[in-house]
Design a protein around this ligand. Structure first.
Ligand SMILES: [Zn+2]
Length: 132
């Protein structure tokens, strides 16, 4: 780790998309929002790889209705009856399983398995998948 880089790096709110925890290194902004023009793949991956503190605590709290995704992705889903639903999901929990996407959703933290064929914004969701 480059010590100078650490010293000169500050955490800011992205001036472009207002995402918190963007990183500023001199005049360069690195944003975690993949839709933002300041999106920085490297920083995003570093952030993903960072060990989570209090991981166990989070697991126990998950199902009490106060689950708040660390990195929100809104999944627009139309079920087989044609009903539209929107799930606020945690992008960090995304997993691809054959023709399904498995993800934890707010407010319960419950893991849902959604058929990709019914996800209206599948392109956006797929971009957030690991190993993709
Ligand atoms: Zn941004």
């Amino acid at each position: 780790m480059n010590i100078l880089k650490v010293l000169f790096t500050t955490v800011v709110v992205c001036p472009e998309c207002r995402t918190k925890s963007a990183k500023k290194y001199f005049s360069k902004i690195s944003c975690l929002n993949h839709r933002c023009s300041k999106f920085d793949q490297q920083y995003y991956l570093e952030n993903q790889a960072a060990p989570r503190k209090h991981g166990e605590e989070t697991v126990y709290k998950k199902f009490d209705g106060s689950f708040e995704p660390e990195k929100v992705v809104v999944i627009r889903y139309r079920n087989y009856q044609g009903d539209d639903r929107e799930f606020r999901a945690d992008a960090n929990s995304l997993q691809m399983k054959k023709n399904h996407v498995s993800v934890c959703v707010a407010p319960t933290g419950e893991r849902l398995t959604l058929s990709r064929d019914y996800i209206q914004n599948i392109t956006e969701v797929e971009r957030l998948l690991p190993n993709k």
